[in-house]
Design a protein around this ligand. Structure first.
Ligand code: CO8
Length: 259
């Protein structure tokens, strides 16, 4: 599929995806959602060991879902649009490699929700996060009510969603919505640095760790502990485990093959 709104770049085994709809501050319309879904469906999780998602320009990551497209939807159409976005974001959340959101400006509404579907969020110092939906007569519809509370706690999530207030990068850092804040000019280098650090580790182990963390979040502690033990054991079926431990014992460094 040819993409009209996605730019893809590769840097070794790290892939960078840039959402590019500058006229609307990268707001998500149906075409962009479809392109994102297709991108995830065809993403090569063997070639790439980490994905970075960012927005085009220096002003906006994603300024939300496209309000001009949503304005005239009826209930059924809105449900379809909402579930389409939610399904695409779930693909990102469950992609077999870690996904870093490099938030380079506004991350509002669907933009904040997209960032929250990623494994890790870092941002530039001009970033703004918020869920302004109630000011438009709607609620977050791309799983924002689900993920925001999980990330920052229920009390803070409720405050942000009920007030619709946008917060600055430093506040996002303080409440744990982002892991780090950088000057705009350094953001992508920092994202790449983190991605390379991830990519240097055993890819099957990183994938297994992601799956454990995602799946175990909703499990009872007993089940979660058993799940981790089972997957921990499976790591010992990989060449990466054998080579990684042998390299350590020989005081060397392992170039993991993902096998
Ligand atoms: N949708 C469509 N167009 C947008 C959006 C958007 N979300 N955000 C910005 N734009 C457009 C503006 O209309 C403007 O277009 P034009 O030049 O043609 O007038 C252009 O981008 C530039 O924007 P501004 O002139 O407004 O730029 P400012 O720097 O003055 O302001 C803001 C930037 C603060 C980001 C402002 O544009 C704004 O408030 N945008 C809307 C933010 C918002 O409310 N986002 C949430 C949308 S709702 C949502 O995301 C729901 C997700 C779940 C959907 C579930 C579906 C059922």
């Amino acid at each position: 599929m040819e993409y009209n709104f996605l730019k893809i770049a590769e840097n070794g085994n790290v892939c960078t995806l840039t959402i590019s709809a500058p006229k609307s501050l990268n707001a998500l319309n149906t075409t962009i959602l479809n392109e994102l879904g297709d991108f995830c469906d065809h993403f090569d999780c063997v070639k790439y060991r980490c994905l970075i998602i960012t927005g085009d320009g220096e002003k906006s990551f994603v300024a939300g879902a496209d309000i001009s497209e949503m304005a005239t939807l009826n209930m059924l159409q809105a449900q379809t649009f909402g579930s389409r976005g939610a399904a695409v974001f779930r693909k990102i959340e469950t992609l077999h490699v870690p996904v870093i959101a490099a938030v380079n400006g506004f991350a509002l509404g669907g933009g904040c929700e997209l960032a929250m579907a990623c494994d890790i969020r870092i941002c530039s110092d001009n970033a703004r996060f918020g869920q302004p939906e109630v000011g438009l007569g709607i609620i977050p519809g791309f799983s924002g009510t689900v993920r925001l509370a999980r990330l920052v706690g229920m009390g803070m999530a409720k405050q942000l969603i009920y007030t619709g207030r946008a917060i600055r990068a430093d506040e996002a850092l303080r409440i744990g919505l982002v892991n780090a804040v950088y000057p705009q000019a350094e953001l992508m280098d920092k994202a790449l640095e983190m991605a390379n650090q991830i990519a240097a580790n055993a890819p099957l182990a990183v994938k297994a760790a992601k799956q454990c963390i995602n799946d175990e979040y909703d499990m009872k502690a007993e089940d979660a502990i058993m799940n981790e033990s089972a997957i921990f054991g499976c790591c010992f079926n990989t060449e990466d485990q054998k080579n990684g431990m042998a390299a350590f014992l020989n005081k060397g460094k392992c170039e993991f093959q993902g096998k």
